[in-house]
Design a protein around this ligand. Structure first.
Ligand SMILES: Nc1ncnc2c1ncn2[C@@H]1O[C@H](COP(=O)(O)OP(=O)(O)OP(=O)(O)O)[C@@H](O)[C@H]1O
Ligand SMILES: [Mg+2]
Length: 495
């Protein structure tokens, strides 16, 4: 929902700015209109008064004109008019405005001045031509007549009150607009952006963890709706590809299994030779009646023992060859090691290789699929046997619990792992070979001896268990393969 919040914040700031500018312009315009009206009112009234004053002045003299002025304006509270002489700087008839600002009056113009001083008023000056008293003719050299006029003062308090009313109304209006815009944006943002994006993010997280199920259905037909259907399509394609990849991996694993079965079978066939000879010889002795009584019974017992030995060998091979269903269960690593040593004992003997199984340790447990872990360790031991020179050698298996950080592709911090080492003192390998051994179909063996599948298949299986395989080798001094498996899940589980 963070995106929605940002979107709403941006919208609210935008609406607030627009409302602010709009309010400012509105208030200014209203104030201008009001002040123009005041001026117009003062000018209109002033002109009418001026005519009246001029008339009375010319008819009845100055005193009557002043009297007329007082009488004419005495009723008005908002407006005060008085007589002024432009040439008077001090005294009762001096104008409140500075004399230089009133100069245009001498040309008959009306002057309006805002007086922001103590009286806080709008002053309008109307020039009035003071005529000489009726019947008096001025001589040509008479001094120039004095300039006089009316000063009309209007209090600005009213316009201030009007302005503050406007400002208050604008603030209420703008705040309401911002609140309504924010509420609407919140509602629409959550409905059309916040919730769909949260659901898309949850779906993406599930896809990230490998869960491709549960298509995402968004009712909206906008870009987010399109994105949801694209993600669904992508999941379908990924699921198809994953299915195909899993099928290919299963085939490769099966192929690798069959290769190992073939190797083990050739060893077992060799191994079966001795017991078959014993069984055949003893059976012939009994059939030819060369042994009788107690000796015949001994021969029959030996035949039964050898048959049991052969059955066990074949059973082990069959168990290995049968593709098991994946099932993770607690496994004791030392028991498994001993079983693998038995399984490959025949080919080890063929190659003069001594197998050293891990000493039994009850605490060496991990949670793994028995069939897959058997296939992985068998591949490693068979590789070790095949890396021996003709004179033979030794292969050690050990299990241990280590605490260490996994490589970056596994991820996570330092923790406890089950480490299973398969160490040999065979030919080892150089760096160039070591870098490629986990590639599918990479082999250094002759055609027919190796397919190059063993390590790549093993790598896939161990990665599926959440672990990895490490290898250390020096040419001529053997190699050590270490399988790391997560330990945590198996803790406290009986082997
Ligand atoms: N213990 C080892 N010592 C020396 N080289 C080894 C060892 N294990 C594996 N290698 C090298 O790694 C290569 C790849 O091994 P991998 O098990 O994948 O295939 P392969 O053994 O050649 O054939 P496959 O196992 O399919 O029969 C081997 O050909 C060999 O060169
Ligand atoms: Mg191999």
């Amino acid at each position: 929902m963070r995106l929605t919040r940002k979107f709403i914040a941006a919208l609210v700031v935008g609406v607030a700015l627009v409302a602010l500018v709009q309010s400012y312009l509105d208030v200014r315009r209203e104030r201008d209109v009001f002040s123009k009206q005041m001026r117009a009112e003062a000018t209109a009234l002033g002109r009418a008064l001026a005519r009246g004053v001029a008339d009375v002045w010319s008819r009845d003299g100055e005193a009557a004109a002043r009297e007329f002025l007082i009488t004419a304006t005495s009723q008005s509270e908002r407006l005060h008019a008085r007589w002024i002489w432009l040439d008077e700087e001090r005294g009762h008839d001096a104008p409140r405005a500075a004399p230089e600002s009133l100069a245009p009056m001498k040309e008959g113009q009306v002057v309006t001045i805002r007086d922001d001083n103590a009286r806080h008023a709008l002053l309008t000056y109307i020039p009035v031509d003071v005529p000489p008293p009726r019947g008096v003719v001025l001589p040509a050299d008479a001094p120039e007549p004095r300039h006089g006029g009316l000063e009309i003062a209007q209090s600005l308090t009213e316009i201030d009150m009007y302005t503050s009313d406007s400002v208050r109304n604008e603030i209420i209006g703008s705040t309401s607009a911002v609140v309504i815009a924010a509420a609407l944006a919140l509602l629409l943002g959550v409905m059309f952006i916040g919730r769909p994006i949260s659901r898309l993010a949850a779906k993406a997280r599930r896809v990230g963890t490998g869960d491709l199920t549960g298509p995402l259905t968004l009712a909206q037909r906008d870009e987010l709706g399109e994105l949801a259907s694209e993600i669904n399509l992508m999941c379908d394609r990924l699921a198809d590809e994953r299915g195909a990849r899993e099928a290919a991996t299963a085939q490769l694993r099966h192929a690798d299994r069959l290769t190992t079965v073939g190797k083990l079978a050739s060893g077992i066939a060799h191994e079966l030779g001795t017991p078959l000879n014993v069984v055949g010889g003893r059976a012939r002795l009994i059939a030819d009646r060369e042994v009788e009584g107690g000796e015949a019974v001994d021969s029959a017992r030996i035949i039964a023992e050898q048959a049991e030995r052969m059955t066990k060998l074949i059973r082990q091979l069959l168990d290995f060859a049968r593709p098991p269903a994946l099932h993770k269960a607690p496994i004791n690593v030392s028991t498994l090691g001993a079983r693998i040593c038995e399984l490959v004992a025949t080919i080890a003997r063929k190659g003069n290789v001594e197998l050293v199984p891990p000493p039994f340790d009850e605490s060496l447990r991990t949670l793994a699929d028995d069939g897959q872990l058997t296939q992985v360790l068998t591949n490693l031991v068979v590789n070790a046997i095949q890396a021996m020179p003709a004179v033979g050698g030794k292969v050690w298996m050990t299990g241990r619990v280590v605490t260490q950080s996994p490589p970056p592709y596994v991820g996570g911090g330092s923790r406890a792992w089950m480490a299973i080492d398969v160490r040999d003192n065979g030919a080892g390998m150089d760096d160039a070979t070591r870098e490629r051994i986990f590639e599918p179909f990479f082999t250094t063996k002759a055609v027919g001896d190796g397919t190059g599948l063993g390590l790549s298949v093993s790598w896939g299986m161990v990665r599926e268990h959440g672990g990895w395989i490490d290898v250390a080798s020096t040419p001529g001094a053997g190699a050590t393969f270490t399988v790391y498996l997560p330990l945590g899940a198996a803790e406290g589980v009986a082997a």
